[in-house]
Design a protein around this ligand. Structure first.
Ligand SMILES: Nc1nc2c(ncn2[C@@H]2O[C@H](COP(=O)(O)OP(=O)(O)OP(=O)(O)O)[C@@H](O)[C@H]2O)c(=O)[nH]1
Ligand SMILES: [Mg+2]
Length: 632
């Protein structure tokens, strides 16, 4: 155990991780701290500083994970974070005392410029070489002790995702005061730096690795102009098929369990308002959303698998080529792809974009991407109203509709981006400079922990925002209480009281505005509630229908609901089409609105985004309704 020397500053030693994008910094950060920061096989995953506490050989330390950067001269907001943290310009954040450079051993030469700049900072610095496994597979080699001599700083080889070399690294990191320092600092002028780089490369006797043969072979198909696009479509189609095909049994099971829980609560509690609150308010509300856990888990399992393998970066490449005329650069597609999970990290991922205008356009269209909060709404309506039979070869109708909903949104986003480019935010698109990573066999542990993280985030939302919304809505749907006339049957009596509740009255009040879309006041209440978060639409409908008939499943209840005056089905094909379209386009998400406000530093842009998306949603829903009416 190394003793803390008297000269070392008080408090934990601060270590900063610096390196090129996709070099494995966050993987190391997670391995050293035991945290679960987001890792992915494409450049630009980390866009913010993240700190973690750890104990190194008995000494307290703090490790700072930083966004990837090719040099210390920042060209984009995420890269600027690195220079700001180094210079101690971030308020309340002490600069790191020692720097840990992380470099991909397979592309050491391309990291040497950054290494030269960081070493020239003249702080204790060490170098961690990641991807040593890949270097060996690709027939390259590197003499780390000669590299250490050439650089004058300690060098540790690791295989980050497997934890190899981490123990030695911990020992080294515990004592930065003892790290060797170069006798002469690397040059600061670019020209001399390139002479310096050559000398380091020859001094360490590096055998440059061959191109990753498997990657090259696979990419001949995957990024091929025609085959690549076809493959992309096939991958996406299969993706949505699986989400329906595999999730159903687990969903039915959860559905049953929720029903049992509600019955159990009713049996336990004395009949009355409180029992209604627990069964129809809490269990029906939260349960109706939790049912979609299997689909969420499947969605993220497949998404992370594609991402970890390295396919997502290719998908961005293929889509970018197909959309070359839009005027958005490749990094925008990476941000838009992550918006498929959730627009909030997607919008934050735009920090990798150097051009402020490109970045703004991307932020404004990112909420159109089909985020996972839409999935419960789509899945409910599709499961209830789209027949299950096979429609097109192996592809079922339900999966196809889901695929269509997922694909319409990005196409619209491209169109909106093109319009913004030609009107409010003109400018030339930047060239595509996304570096395609090697294909990698993803680690099971990483994959499971990513999926678990997302599943947990979904459950946490259900336990917080959805639970809160369910409580508030139950009150609004229950009070003020109006006694129904005695001659009504139980179901009509419930409907009578519901219509006269606070929520019912608001729904009735907005009914004229949404009637052209075929929506009644119940859907109106759901739409208003969904402004907080999209899934709340599902929990609200569940509560509305549970009040009328606690025994029917939500799916069955919305199928059966009819207009009391005309006797027509409320959820007619035209209404369902309009409703799905509305959810494709509307910006019903307070977190996204807040994130846009924060990232653009104004309320103008979130207002603009909300407005144009509402216009698209209303117009699109109206169109969808009339097309469906004409067809049926
Ligand atoms: N084969 C191999 N893969 C690794 C190693 N270390 C990390 N990876 C993988 O490399 C990819 C990138 O890892 P990250 O830790 O996200 O890289 P990063 O440097 O934080 O990337 P940015 O945040 O985008 O700058 C992931 O798919 C990791 O699983 C390693 O030593 N060997
Ligand atoms: Mg990272």
């Amino acid at each position: 155990m190394s003793a803390v020397s008297a000269a070392s500053p008080p408090g934990p030693v601060r270590l900063g991780l610096i390196g090129s994008p996709n070099s494995g910094k966050t993987t190391l950060f997670n391995a050293l701290t035991g945290l679960r920061a987001k890792v992915g096989n494409y450049p630009g995953v980390t866009v913010e500083r993240r700190e973690g506490a750890l104990v190194l050989e008995g000494r307290d330390a703090r490790l700072i994970d930083l966004p990837g950067t090719y040099s210390l001269d920042p060209i984009s907001p995420d890269e600027a974070v690195v220079s700001q943290v180094l210079a101690g310009e971030v308020e309340g954040v002490a600069p790191p005392e020692a720097l840990v450079i992380v470099a991909d051993a397979c592309s050491l030469e391309r990291s040497l410029l950054l290494i030269a700049q960081v070493v020239a900072e003249d702080r204790p610095t060490c170098l961690v070489l990641t991807m040593m496994d890949e270097l060996a597979v690709r027939g390259g080699s590197l003499d780390t002790s000669r590299l250490q001599d050439a650089l004058g700083i300690p060098v540790v080889p690791v295989v980050g995702h497997k934890g190899l070399g981490i123990r030695q690294l911990r020992v080294l990191l515990a004592d930065p005061e003892a790290w060797s320092r170069p006798p002469v600092l690397p040059p600061e002028n670019r020209l001399e730096q390139s002479a310096w780089i050559d000398s380091v490369m020859s001094a360490c006797g590096a055998e440059r690795p061959d191109v990753h043969a498997t990657t090259e072979r696979i990419d001949r198909v995957v990024v091929h102009p025609i085959l690549g696009s076809l493959l992309f479509l096939a991958v996406m189609l299969t993706f949505f098929q699986l989400i329906f095909a595999w999730a159903t049994p687990a969903m039915d099971w959860i559905d049953g369990a929720m029903g049992t829980a509600a019955d159990f609560a009713r049996g336990l509690l004395p009949a009355g308002l409180f029992a209604d609150f627990v069964a129809d308010g809490l269990i029906a509300g939260v349960g109706s959303v939790v049912i979609f856990l299997p689909q969420i888990v499947l969605l993220f399992s497949l998404l992370y698998l594609l991402e970890d393998v390295g396919y997502m970066a290719r998908a961005a490449f293929v889509v970018d080529r197909a959309m070359a005329r839009i005027g958005l650069e490749g990094r925008a597609f990476v941000a838009l792809l992550s918006s498929f999970a959730c627009a909030v990290p997607g919008i934050m991922a735009t920090r990798t974009m150097p051009s402020p205008r490109d970045r703004l356009v991307t932020i404004l269209v990112a909420p159109l991407m089909t985020c996972s909060a839409r999935l419960p709404v789509y899945a409910l309506l599709i499961a209830a109203f789209v027949p299950q039979e096979a429609a097109w070869g192996p592809f079922g109708m339900q999966g196809l509709v889901l695929f269509a909903l997922y694909i319409v949104a990005p196409l619209t986003a491209m169109a909106v981006a093109a319009v913004l480019r030609r009107s409010l935010l003109p400018g030339e698109g930047m060239p595509f400079i996304l570096e395609l990573p090697s294909y990698r066999v993803p680690g099971l542990r990483l994959w499971l922990s990513q999926v678990w993280g997302s599943a947990w985030a979904f459950l946490r939302r259900a336990g917080t925002i959805i639970l809160l919304a369910s409580m508030v809505l139950w009150m609004l749907l229950t009070f003020p209480r109006t006694e129904p006339p005695a001659n009504l049957g139980p179901e009509q009596a419930a409907a009578y009281s519901l219509e006269r509740s606070a929520a019912g009255r608001v729904g009735k009040a907005i009914e004229p505005a949404i009637a052209p879309l075929g929506f009644d006041w119940k859907i109106g209440v759901g739409l208003l509630a969904s402004l907080a978060a999209r899934e709340v639409f599902v929990s609200t409908l569940a509560q509305v229908y549970a009040t009328e008939d606690p025994d029917a499943s939500l799916r069955a209840a919305i199928r059966a609901d009819t207009n009391p005056v005309t006797g027509e089905k409320i959820f007619s094909p035209a209404t369902v089409a309009a409703l799905l379209t509305f959810f494709v386009f509307a910006l019903q998400c307070t977190s996204t609105i807040a994130t846009i406000a924060r990232e653009t530093n104004s309320w103008r842009w979130p207002t603009f985004a909300f407005g144009y998306m509402l216009a698209l949603a209303y117009g699109g829903a109206l169109l969808a309704r009339h097309i469906t009416l004409a067809l049926t």
